[in-house]
Design a protein around this ligand. Structure first.
Ligand SMILES: Nc1ncnc2c1ncn2[C@@H]1O[C@H](COP(=O)(O)OP(=O)(O)OP(=O)(O)O)[C@@H](O)[C@H]1O
Length: 269
């Protein structure tokens, strides 16, 4: 049974001067515990999809269901992880992590203990009273991950959470996030521009097309790759085969859209 379904969802942005058809007829489902990647060129609507699921913006057409109930009537606890960690510099690490529980009036000792346990699990023991300024980018993203997990969200929306990190830190964090989300069987959607990251981390990849944003093709990640840590996935021969298929499709789509643009451009006189 599907946990989350987007059913013919479209979205237009309106402003005084512009009308942007950001998403056109998006349909897909995600099962509980599944890890899906949204991959595609800049401006194809990946972040818009996350914002719609998170209820930050209202889609202009279509329907979203959570466990077969319309999203508006469903209780969907969401965890959001972004490129920037948005830690509060004036709050200690533990207070940053406990912001979500505090907002929902949970100041229990059990939650504090869970926070410390999770910090230990991501390799950040003994820094609970430190402040964000004293941490590296990778450490700060680990704190952001713990802050996201502590509220036990039903679904995690990961919007390019590794893209601001150096390559080595990025590879290490991919492994860590993948392991933790697997351990807690979290349903997750990862937005990325990185084909390798999408293959290494997810069960399924939705390749998107731009102008307007739509799903061009779905790629199932072979089961041998899904059960392997992201770093090791990159060594597998099936990784390269899938990478090439996605690369080819991406380039074909880009070429088609360029052709489209040329056809639609006004004649120069
Ligand atoms: N608030 C907004 N107002 C008007 N247009 C917007 C707004 N946000 C996004 N858009 C437009 O909607 C389209 C989809 O944007 P979106 O940010 O969802 O794409 P994306 O695939 O996440 O891009 P990127 O990979 O560059 O982050 C783009 O054409 C963008 O310019």
């Amino acid at each position: 049974m599907s946990f989350l379904t987007l059913d013919h969802v479209s979205h237009h942005y309106f402003s005084k001067k512009n009308f942007t058809k950001a998403l056109d007829d998006i349909t897909f489902s995600i099962k509980e515990g599944e890890f899906v990647a949204l991959l595609g060129p800049s401006g194809c609507g990946k972040s818009t999809i996350l914002s719609i699921i998170a209820g930050i913006i209202e889609h202009t057409a279509g329907e979203i269901y959570v466990n077969d109930q319309p999203l508006q009537q469903a209780e969907l606890d969401i965890g959001y992880m972004l490129q920037q960690d948005y830690l509060f510099p004036w709050k200690s690490i533990i207070d940053n992590v406990l912001i979500g529980p505090k907002i929902s009036h949970d100041q229990s000792e059990e939650t504090k203990k869970n926070a410390v346990d999770l910090l230990n699990q991501v390799g950040l023991s003994g820094i609970t009273e430190d402040y964000p300024d004293s941490l590296s980018g990778g450490m700060r993203q680990r704190v952001a991950l713990v802050r996201t997990l502590i509220t036990n969200p039903k679904i995690l929306l990961l919007d390019e959470p590794f893209s601001a990190l150096d390559y080595q830190t990025r590879l290490k964090l991919e492994d860590l996030v993948w392991e933790l989300l697997g351990l807690y069987s979290k349903t997750s959607i990862l937005v990325t521009h990185d084909i390798g990251e999408a293959i290494a981390m997810s069960d399924r990849i939705l390749l998107m097309d731009a102008n307007p944003g739509s799903i061009a093709k779905t790629f199932e990640v072979p089961v041998e790759l899904r059960n392997e840590k992201p770093f090791l996935v990159r060594r597998h021969p099936k990784y390269q085969i899938l990478f090439d298929k996605i690369w080819e499709k991406l380039n074909k789509n880009e070429a088609n859209s360029l052709q489209h643009e040329v056809v639609e451009s006004p004649n120069e006189t």
